[in-house]
Design a protein around this ligand. Structure first.
Ligand code: SAM
Length: 214
């Protein structure tokens, strides 16, 4: 067993999501539908843009984008084999899916017009490293779009505390100002964050940033 992986939480993520993969889409149907809809409504795509979904899970966001942007070049990366297998069954073979982690993206620099990530950020132990990686694979002028829980909402703070104690895959839920600071540390300059609720419980935020054309 690789102790580095135990400490950085990756083993816990694999354990948790391999356990729940078969029920994820039904158990979380409302939440996944609402958060992927809210996320894609917050960025614009040109018809043939190259898009990477980091932590794509069972492929819900890519499925939505494939329906509205049939000519876009869609890719997803996901570390848990059982989640990725469901995404493969759901999505067209034209969509490139691969196994991997946000902190170590297996792509050359400047390959994507848009990098998106939905409901994944609270698992990452090294958020700035992951944001650097996302920046590296974006072309200059490309957009990064991240949706996750927002700890400025009291219910998310309660969930965060509970999950830190009882679900070891979970790492941290951020407030808006913490999210801005992480993005700035990773080299993004202008950060635009929307806070919203999808129901009485879930308070979300979507951050949008552009990689400077250096
Ligand atoms: C709540 S699910 C969200 C899946 C999908 N994005 C969605 O919105 O339905 C979180 C996903 O993030 C993945 N994940 C967790 N840590 C990750 C990391 N460090 N890099 C990439 N993906 C990660 C998990 O394996 C899981 O599939």
């Amino acid at each position: 067993m690789n102790t580095h992986r135990q400490h950085d939480g990756r083993d816990q993520v694999v354990k948790e999501y391999s356990r729940i993969a078969q029920v994820y889409d039904t158990k979380w149907s409302f939440y996944v539908e609402a958060t992927t809809r809210e996320t894609v409504s917050r960025f614009s795509l040109r018809p043939t843009d190259r898009i990477l979904d980091v932590g794509c899970g069972t492929g819900a966001l890519l499925h939505r984008l494939a329906a509205t942007h049939p000519d876009a070049q869609l890719s997803g990366i996901e570390p848990v084999a059982e989640m990725l297998a469901i995404a493969r069954r759901r999505l067209s073979p034209a969509i490139q899916l691969c196994a991997g982690w946000a902190e170590y993206l297996p792509f050359a620099a400047e390959q994507f017009d848009v990098v998106v990530s939905c409901n994944m950020f609270h698992y990452i132990r090294q958020p700035v490293a992951a944001l650097h990686e996302m920046r590296r694979v974006l072309r200059p002028g490309g957009q990064l779009v991240i949706t996750d829980w927002c700890a400025d909402h009291w219910a998310c703070r309660v969930c965060d505390r509970y999950l830190r104690l009882f679900q070891h895959a979970h790492f941290k839920t951020y407030r808006e100002r913490e999210c801005v600071r992480l993005l700035q540390e990773a080299g993004y300059v202008v950060v635009d964050i929307d806070r919203y609720r999808i129901n009485w419980l879930w308070g979300m935020m979507t951050a949008r940033v552009t990689k400077d054309a250096a």
